[in-house]
Design a protein around this ligand. Structure first.
Ligand SMILES: [Zn+2]
Length: 387
């Protein structure tokens, strides 16, 4: 062990000390890092004074190098979280250069790539992540980071290529992810009026994930547009079987397909099926409109009341109160108006969707959570305050 080696082991202590002096007034887990580096300092002193044999020193030293590396990485990560990316890069880069153990250098390079990612230097981040896909210790994480990077850039072609490579190189299966990537490509193709390309992409999605509800919904929407109503109805039926919680997403288009096909018997059979079950509120509201359209308001009202008694929801109560406002006699109107206003206020800002992974809430359906970037975790909020 040379003097040079010893010197660089002291660096994190110095760094931690200086850094701690700067944030001394703050507390929390930063304190923990300080304790950690104090502990490291003590340990280093001990081994320098106590160790006798060279072998013993060497063993402890590897241990110390690991401790120092941990401190380095934790410090860099803290800098990154605090938004001091240039410092994070400096810390991680120096560790990557100096580490003699392969796994430590790979850990440092992984964090360095995350720093570049945070700084928006995506090319540099991508280059390092790509190199780490060849490593033994960081391969799977590097592939995950690369996929997230391509997703954030909406570079679906690269995402697909990387996911396929990851499946080949590791034991992971990414069928559902791949299906989403192809669905994203289909969505772009469809908005550019390239319907054939879109359908081709959706078939590829089904190839990777035969039970993909998303691919079916997109194919059904194209079928409705192209007046292939029977095909659309079949696809919507499959979506309901695969993921019944997606009913609110498809109910309007499903009625469009049934109305387009002009098969009144099938349409009535579908309405009766809805009537017999408990439904999400938007399914109730849409069905009520359709009943009013093909039968009359009286039948529609009866259906509506029956449904909101069966499965109470604030949205249903609000709409019902607004109906009563129109029907109320002049003497009662003020009272009903108060109830309407109250329910409107209660319902204002009530989110319709929530991510089961991070708790993100919003009013738009997302296949990929915009907050935690997980796929298939955002769903409709079920219950009195939701659907
Ligand atoms: Zn989330």
């Amino acid at each position: 062990v040379s003097v040079h080696d010893l010197l660089w082991l002291f660096l994190p202590v110095a760094a931690a000390g200086g850094w701690f002096a700067a944030i001394r007034h703050q507390s929390g887990h930063k304190q923990a890092v300080w304790k950690h580096s104090q502990h490291f300092h003590k340990e280093l002193n001990q081994l320098l004074s106590e160790k006798e044999s060279a072998a013993e020193l060497f063993d402890s030293f590897t241990h110390a190098e690991r401790d120092a590396a941990d401190t380095h990485i934790a410090l860099g990560n803290l800098y990154r979280r605090r938004g001091e990316i240039d410092r994070a890069i400096m810390v991680h880069e120096s560790l990557a250069k100096q580490a003699s153990e392969k796994d430590i250098s790979e850990a440092a390079r992984f964090e360095l790539a995350r720093d570049y990612d945070s700084a928006g230097l995506l090319d540099r981040a991508e280059t390092i992540f790509r190199q780490l896909t060849q490593s033994t210790t960081r391969q799977s994480e590097a592939y995950s980071a690369l996929l997230q990077l391509h997703e954030r850039e909406h570079d679906w072609a690269k995402a697909i290529e990387t996911a396929l490579e990851c499946e080949r190189e590791t034991q992971r299966t990414l069928g559902e992810r791949l299906a989403h990537y192809h669905c994203e490509q289909a969505q772009l193709a469809q908005s550019a009026n390239r319907s054939l390309d879109a359908q081709e992409a959706l078939q590829r999605a089904l190839h990777h994930s035969p039970n993909s509800a998303r691919a079916r919904i997109a194919l059904a929407a194209i079928a409705v547009e192209e007046k292939q109503f029977e095909r659309a109805i079949r696809l919507y039926d499959e979506v309901e079987t695969l993921q019944p919680e997606l009913m609110p997403e498809i109910i309007r288009s499903r009625f469009d397909a049934l109305l387009g096909a002009g098969d009144m018997q099938a349409l009535n059979a579908f309405i009766m099926r809805i009537q017999a079950q408990r439904n999400a509120y938007s399914v109730v509201r849409t069905t009520r409109q359709i009943i009013a359209q093909i039968h009359d308001e009286r039948v529609a009202d009866r259906f509506f009341k029956d449904q909101i008694l069966r499965r109470p929801s604030l949205k249903g109560l609000r709409d019902w109160a607004h109906d009563q406002l129109l029907l109320s006699k002049p003497g009662e109107r003020d009272n009903v108006q108060v109830i309407c206003n109250l329910l409107d206020q209660v319902m204002e800002d009530k989110p319709a969707y929530r991510c089961s992974s991070c708790g993100f809430e919003g009013n738009v359906m997302h296949w990929r959570c915009p907050s935690c970037e997980s796929w298939d975790t955002v769903s409709t909020i079920i219950g009195v305050e939701g659907e």
